[in-house]
Design a protein around this ligand. Sequence first.
Ligand code: KG4
Ligand code: ZN
Length: 346
Amino acid sequence: MKVLGFESSCDETGVALIEFEMQGAPRLLAQALHSQIVMHQAYGGVVPELASRDHIRRVVPLTREVMAVSRCSLQDVDCIAYTRGPGLAGALLVAAGAAQALAFALGKPSLAVHHLEGHLLSPFLSTDPPQFPFVALLVSGGHTQLMRVSDVGQYELLGETIDDAAGEAFDKSAKLMGLPYPGGPHLARLAQNGDPAAFALPRPLIHSGKPDFSFAGLKTAVLTQIRKLGDNIEPQVLADVAASTQAAIVEVLVKKSLLALKLTGLNRLVVAGGVGANAMLREQLNSACLRRDVRVHYPELDLCTDNGAMIAMAAAMRLQRGIGQTSREGSFDVLPRWNLADISSR
Ligand code: KG4
Ligand code: ZN
């Protein structure tokens, strides 16, 4: 069976083709991605209307590219998957509309996928896939959650952020430091030359005893620190601020992940979402988990941020288990706000 996946929930247009049998690991045949980062950089963040228009421009050429690279024809595709939410409404409509139109034209079923389920299952495309059950740390631009994952579609929310997401904390702090959008990778690069102990920044909720997060206070502390330093901050001092900010975010993420593992008694951790690409987070989680005999799994670096492969993969894994609710109706909607725990089959 072959499933074609479409993603357009934010500022990346992704298309991918995955092949699978009812047993065994699905295989990625081809994927194509267009990132709008350069376009949005001029505005310091994602402009929803521009995002939607650009998705429209990209979706057909990217689909052609995937079909050409995989040497498959659209007639070979058995199911068309797309991100139904959460995300920007106008942006989501592009992948959903393209998928439904294609499904209708080909006479094939469509399958709506939850964006975060895509992130969560993306490590199954890596060379070292996890096994169920596991604790998942979902850290993206819009979400920071710890989940207990028993199987595909069985998600229990253990805790989440009460305000900003970890990616937002990276992005907003980076903006205060004058770094381009999206700030996470830029801040991480700047932090490489900085001293993580130079500034004592808060680790919000670190002692709450629950796997919950809060990052809004950290951003305010970074703002106060930068104001205190004045207009012309020395490059080394700015690198120190970046390193201290990254250290605060990473420490909280590591501590809370360990707490979630302890509370569930599980010994496998999956890290997914854009912030999962952060080298310091990987390093610290790896060493903390090694000490506790916990296995950590990550998606391949290029599959940490949004992509079509994770959407096709989530669809394939659902179809393998007979829990993929396909549709031949032709009508569709998108869900800009949609809790992952709500789709749990348990
Ligand atoms: O999962 P994703 O591509 O989009 C959402 O669904 O939100 O995540 C994007 C987020 C952004 O906040 C970005 O700054 C952050 O992931 N990010 C990073 C790194 N690479 C991406 N944050 C810290 N370090 C990185 N290396
Ligand atoms: Zn995402």
